[in-house]
Design a protein around this ligand. Sequence first.
Ligand code: SUG
Length: 448
Amino acid sequence: MPAREYNFDGLVGPTHNYAGLSHGNVASLAHSGQPASPRGAALQGLAKMRFVASLGVGQAVLPPHERPSLRTLRRLGFRGSDEEVLAQAARDPELKDQLLRISSSAAAMWTANAATCIPSADAADGRLHLIPANLTAMFHRSLEAETTARVLRAIFADGKKFEVHDPLPGGGHFADEGAANHTRLFAADREAVHLLAWGRCAFGDPPPGGEPSVYPARQTREASHALARLGQVDGARALFPQQHPIGIDAGAFHTDVLAVGNGNVLLLHELAFLEVAALLDKLRALLGESFVAFLATERELPVVSAVAAYPFNSQLLTLPDGSMTILAPEEAREDPRARAFLQRVIESDGPVKSAHHLDLRESMENGGGPACLRQRIVLQDGERSAIEARVFWDEPLGAELEAWVSRHYRDRLVGEDLADPRLARENMQALDELTRILRIGSVYDFQK
Ligand code: SUG
C-alpha cells in the first residue's frame, strides 16, 4: 500500500513567551523572562514547513491552542468577566502571576508531544491510531490534551480509517509525553519496530537502573506499555528502553533530545538509553543487517553540548530519491562537537547524505528544536484522501498562514503583556479565523 510520512508541525501560537515553566528543560529555565517574538517564532516555524515541503517531504500543520486558557483559570476558581479573571490571575496573593503564565503558554507548538501515532500498517486492526498525550508531568502542558484530542478528531474524522483515543487516564501514573519518547524504525522486508521509552516506574519497585535524582522523569513505563496496547502493536515488535537517568539529569527531558531515528537509521547519544549495547543488538536482530546506528559517546560529544545544541533533535527525513537528510537547528552547526558528529554521520557510507541547518531560535530558547515541532504521521494514499481539513502544506496555504500571522501576531511579548485582556481578544479573533482557513470547524472553548 503506497504510504507517505507527513510532518504535522505545530503553528506557534500568538502568546509564545519565555515563562520558565519547565523544570528539567535547561533552555526554558535559562531564558525565563526574556522578551519573545511570537510573530518571529511563528514565521520561523512556517519557514521550516516550507523548507521541508520543498525537499519533497510530506508537510502539514496543526493549529495553536486557545491561550490564555480562561477555562483553566475559571476551573481554578477565578470568577467574573474575562477581564476580571485575567486581572485576578495576574495578582494572585500566593502564586503571583504563575497561573497566568501557565494558562498562557504556547507550548502546544511542540507537536511531537501532542500524541503518539501508530500507522495503520503496524496496528492489528489496520487502522491508524493516535493517542493524544496527557502531558501530566508539567501543569502548563497538561492543559493541551483536551484541545489536542478535539483537533485530531476534527482532522482524522473518518472512524473507519482512524482511531483518535482518549488521552491516558489518571494523574502521574500514566504520565505520557507523546511521540517525543517514541521512535519507529523499519527496514526493507521487515515489519516496523517501535521504541517506546520511559523514565520512571509508577507501580512496583524502582527500575534496577535507578531513576533521575535532579530533574523529573516525565514518562512512566506503564504509560509506554499502554500506548503499545492501544496502538495494537505486535508485542514482538515493541521495545521499552529506559531513558538513561544521567541523561535526564543532564537535561534530556525527552528521548528526542538525545536520539532520532528514521527507517533503518538511529542516531543516539550513549546517555539516551540505559543498556544501549543490548538495545542495539536487539534492534539489529529485529531489523536485520541493514540497520545502522550512529552512537555518540560522551567523549565524542559531551551530553552538555548535545543538550545545548540539539543535534539529535533534528528531523531525519527520507527524500524522494530514497536518501536521507538531517534538518538540524543552527545551534548544532555553531557547536563544534555537535557539528563534527553530524559530519561523521554524513561522511559515513550510510543512507544519510546531507544536512541542513535552520534558524529556530525562538523555539529553541524554550527547549524545542526541529524534531519537537513536528508530529510524524504515516498516511496511506486512501487515508490521506479521507482527510478533508485543509492542513496539508501547499504554497497558497503557506502564504495565507504567513499573512495571517503577520496580521494578528505581536512582534514582542513580555510577561506583563499576558495580563492584557486585549491580547486574549486578539487571539480569539485570530484563532477563529484560523479554523476557517484550515477548515477544522469549532475546536476552541470560545467557539462553543
Ligand atoms: O515541554 N518547553 C517544552 C519543550 C518541549 C520540547 N519537545 C520535545 N522535546 N519533543 C517542554 O518543556 C517551555 C515553556 C516556557 O518555559 O515558557 C516548554 O514548555
